[in-house]
Design a protein around this ligand. Structure first.
Ligand code: ASP
Ligand code: MG
Length: 413
């Protein structure tokens, strides 16, 4: 018998029928003798609908009130799931984030969890009651309702698993695990049985939408055993999904590359002919950061005759705002011959822990892209990933070709 935390995402609770299906799976684990804590998201599309209502009334709604509105989505699904389980003859109780005291800081719309009061949940579990907790939400020290950022139910589940020292945190979603890349682009993409925590962290930050990045960070901090599984299989099926592991398993032959990640909505800004002097990077990136715009990849050329070129990428949604900020600062805090931008780019990355111990990954990647005539505009690397910026029209081709040359369609030997 073990304590298991299960999280079901929006599509998994997207209709009454699907909620009934979730109840069947939860009931099965309960029958097998496990203590189960269930975390649910709002029904698919519901959070978007709620936020859109607020935006109809105000272009800039008070974040406190936005959270009050957004948190209702999960309150509906916890109640419905409790009703479905009760109807099956089981004991179940639903709780909002505030009721189990998911205490957060007061950064509305992107709050961080500080602590969770596990005692009331323990009492329920001991009494054979299934505990259902609303994902995505908590309360701050003054009892204001807070939310954890989009996709935050993953983090709720991992945090609950950590607080309860659960044997496993199972994230049920509409895919049956973490894939070598998006199967909608590469039909041969393969489900990974395991992926290391570091790889998962890179993949989440590089655009894989399977897990909210904060949930992965949280899992790493508390070494939560985290597994991604499909909620669309029969409730009795026991497919293994993908397990996130913490130590490189010495006995297992680790693939050098685990996956190809990509982000579509990128934009690039280049400042040509800026002065090559101390403080220039700060003079450019500082005002952009002050405007709360995330700067991603940064490339600065070697200076020549006192001048250099400086490029960076931002999310496409922030492109115009970043250009406006730089336009305002140009000639004031820095000089530049020209500012040019391109919002038709994307980022493609290969990720793999094996890069630490193998050479030639970058050259293999660059050759594969060159063979297809794909021009690389920017490059950045970490210990376990190589990312390139390319024209967005080559995204699918690049992903397919890289998947093939790194033989990700084949099980590692
Ligand atoms: N319902 C919230 C969202 O759509 C949280 C979640 O689904 O994880 O972002
Ligand atoms: Mg999600």
């Amino acid at each position: 018998m073990a304590l298991i935390v299960q999280k079901y995402g929006g599509t998994s609770v997207g209709s009454v029928d699907r909620i009934r299906n979730v109840a069947r799976r939860v009931a099965r684990f309960h029958r097998e003798g496990h203590q189960v804590v269930v975390v649910v998201s709002a029904m698919a599309g519901e959070t978007n609908r709620l936020l859109a209502l607020a935006k109809e009334l105000s272009a800039n709604p008070d974040p406190r009130e936005l959270d009050v509105v957004a948190a209702t989505g999960e309150q509906v699904t916890i109640g419905l799931l409790a009703i479905a389980l009760t109807e099956m003859g089981l004991k179940a109780r639903s709780y909002t984030g505030g009721q189990v005291r998911v205490l957060t800081d007061n950064s509305y719309t992107k709050a961080r969890i500080l602590s969770i009061d596990e005692a009331p949940m323990r009492a329920d579990l001991e009494a054979g009651t299934i505990v259902i907790v609303a994902g995505f939400q908590g309360v701050d020290a003054d009892n204001n309702i807070t939310t954890l950022g989009r996709g935050g139910s993953d983090t709720s589940a991992v945090a609950l698993a950590a607080a309860l020292r659960a044997a496993e945190c199972q994230i049920y979603t509409d895919v049956d695990g973490v894939y070598t890349t998006d199967p909608r682009i590469v039909a041969e993409a393969r489900r990974l049985d395991t992926v290391t925590f570091e790889e998962m962290l890179e993949m989440a930050s590089l655009g894989s939408k399977v897990l909210q990045i904060r949930s992965v960070e949280f899992a790493g901090k508390y070494k939560v055993k985290l597994r991604v599984l499909s909620s669309f299989e029969e409730p009795d099926a026991t497919s293994p999904g993908t397990l996130i592991t913490y130590e490189e398993d010495e006995t297992m032959e680790q693939a050098i590359i685990s996956g190809i990640a990509f982000t579509r909505d990128e934009a690039k800004i280049s400042l040509m002919g800026v002065e090559d002097r101390p403080g220039i990077a700060y003079a450019i990136v500082g005002p952009v950061a002050d405007a709360n715009i995330d700067v991603d990849m940064i490339v600065q050329n070697i200076g020549a005759s006192g001048h250099t070129d400086f490029s960076f990428t931002v999310n496409r949604a922030e492109y115009q705002r970043a250009l406006d900020v730089l336009g305002r600062e140009k000639g004031r805090v820095f000089k530049a011959r020209e500012i040019i931008g391109d919002n038709r780019i994307c980022k493609v990355s290969v990720v793999g822990i094996g890069m630490r111990s193998h050479v030639g990954i970058a050259s293999k990647m660059f050759k594969a892209l060159a063979d297809e005539g794909i021009n690389i505009q920017m490059i950045s690397t970490s210990e376990i990933k190589i990312s390139v910026v390319i024209d967005e029209k080559y995204l699918e081709l690049a992903v397919r070709v890289l998947h093939q040359v790194f033989e990700l369609d084949k099980e590692p030997a």
